[in-house]
Ligand binder design. Structure first.
Ligand code: AMP
Length: 179
């Protein structure tokens, strides 16, 4: 069974077209080949589009990245001016994976970039990406703190904060950095 088949439509599950997502976002998910929102997407996206806080609990592989990513992309201010969303992840692998997924959802949005920032990697590229005004930053807590303290990651324009795999971040002892 592939990913699409595993999200078969049941009862009154909405289609993506029923969700008030930006046209560019609708186009991108159509290109990627998603047909039906997964349950966490169908339940979370309408709330998040209203700007509400939400705690999503669903198994790995159930589409949580798009559940938080599609509303972030829909609500982006095209005027930019610095990061508008910050996603914290427990590991660098997840930071890279989430940034890649967000870039695929944002591939119809002009100049969209989701910048991964994580420890053990060169600061130069990360600082250049931040200076270029990446609208979404995805990073591990320690390196995100470093950039905040250096003044290279500015938080004034952040409207959305995502704690991805928050339980994992707590298990890994990131509570102080996350706070
Ligand atoms: P995630 O839980 O966000 O890591 O997503 C797991 C996998 O499901 C990824 O390969 C996604 O591309 C895929 N996926 C997410 N949402 C959908 C959807 N609505 N329809 C089909 N595949 C999806």
């Amino acid at each position: 069974m592939n990913d699409q088949e595993s999200y078969s439509q049941e009862g009154d599950t909405p289609s993506f077209a029923d969700l008030p997502l930006a046209t560019e976002v609708q186009e991108a998910i159509e290109l990627i080949g998603y047909e039906t929102p997964s349950p966490i997407q169908a339940q979370a996206i309408p709330y998040l589009l209203e700007g509400r806080d939400l705690m999503g609990v669903a198994d790995t592989g159930t589409g949580k990245t798009a559940a938080f990513g599609l509303p972030i992309l829909t609500n982006l201010d095209p005027k930019g001016g610095g990061p508008q969303a910050l996603c914290l992840t427990p590991t660098r692998e997840l930071a890279i994976q989430v940034a890649e997924a967000l870039e695929s959802f944002g591939n119809r949005i002009t100049n969209f970039q989701a910048l991964p920032i994580y420890g053990g990697s060169d600061y130069g590229r990360q600082i250049r990406g931040l200076k270029n005004g990446a609208p979404v930053v995805v990073g591990t807590p320690g390196r995100v703190m470093d950039h905040i303290n250096k003044g290279t990651l500015k938080l004034e324009k952040i409207r959305t904060l995502v704690l991805d795999e928050a339980d994992e971040m707590l298990c890994m002892g990131f509570i102080e950095d996350v706070e």
